[in-house]
Design a protein around this ligand. Structure first.
Ligand SMILES: Nc1ncnc2c1ncn2[C@@H]1O[C@H](COP(=O)(O)OP(=O)(O)OP(=O)(O)O)[C@@H](O)[C@H]1O
Length: 232
């Protein structure tokens, strides 16, 4: 079942009198229960596509439906609420808040949702258990390895039980072992029924994906499993 649907949607950035078509007209669905890889060269439009799927930007033309809601018609506040309740984000640089402990970072979105302290403790504990980081919950981010920080970032992304998890180069700063652990976590989220999309340059991620698309010069091209060779 699709949870995000782009139909004939494009993105044109205007700076001064310059226009850049970052994404050509695209129709793409992201389904619950799948891990979708988004690959392609630098500057091809991958982040723009992920930003559309994540309701961070509106399409210039065309439609974007997220969890049954037409995003173009939402106010900025309604878009922010949709992001907070429906979407979890994971970034290359983890983006953890450095003065906060691991568990305080995970609890942060729940505080924004204004849940009771009991609910916050319970959900935070469950999210930390899911990524097997309970034993490091009192640590500050700088005392954790890159892989551990990314697992905390994943716990923070899933603590609100979002239907959609979007990741921008989540393994780019990680070694081989941490990459495998992080991708296994993301794979489990898809098996759990969430829709997971991962932007990457990394050919090693292909084995974790159900489906892949390539973005090239603003065009989104579906890849079948056999052709997912990432140019090798
Ligand atoms: N806010 C913006 N204003 C103007 N142009 C932009 C903006 N954001 C992106 N672009 C342009 O849109 C095109 C696509 O950019 P995008 O960041 O989506 O590519 P990408 O595939 O994610 O690149 P990378 O892999 O290097 O992060 C590029 O030509 C970029 O310069």
């Amino acid at each position: 079942m699709s949870i995000v649907e782009l139909s004939e949607a494009n993105k044109i950035y205007r700076t001064g009198d310059q226009m850049v078509t970052a994404l050509d007209k695209t129709s793409l669905a992201l389904n619950l229960g799948e891990l979708l890889l988004i690959i392609g060269p630098s500057g091809s439009g991958k982040t723009t596509l992920l930003s559309l799927l994540g309701c961070l930007i509106n399409p210039t033309e065309g439609r974007l439906l997220v969890d049954g809601r037409e995003v173009n018609t939402l106010s900025a506040n309604a878009m922010a609420a949709l992001r907070l309740n429906t979407i979890g984000f994971v970034f290359q640089q983890f983006n953890l808040l450095s003065p906060l402990t691991a568990e305080q970072n995970v609890a942060f979105p729940l505080k924004m949702q204004k849940l009771s302290s009991n609910e916050i403790s319970r959900k935070t504990r469950e999210a930390l258990e899911k990524v097997k980081m309970t034993h490091r919950r009192k640590n500050l981010p700088r005392t954790l390895s890159g892989g551990e920080q990314q697992r905390i970032a994943i716990a923070r992304a899933l603590v609100t039980n979002p239907k959609i998890v979007l990741c921008d180069e989540p393994t780019a700063s990680l070694d081989k072992d941490s990459l495998a652990i992080v991708m296994e976590e993301l794979r489990l989220l898809a098996i759990d029924g969430k829709a997971v999309a991962v932007v990457t340059h990394d050919p090693r991620l292909q084995k974790y994906a159900d489906r892949a698309v390539e973005v090239n010069n603003g065009k989104v091209i579906p890849l079948n499993k056999q052709s997912m060779d990432f140019g090798r």
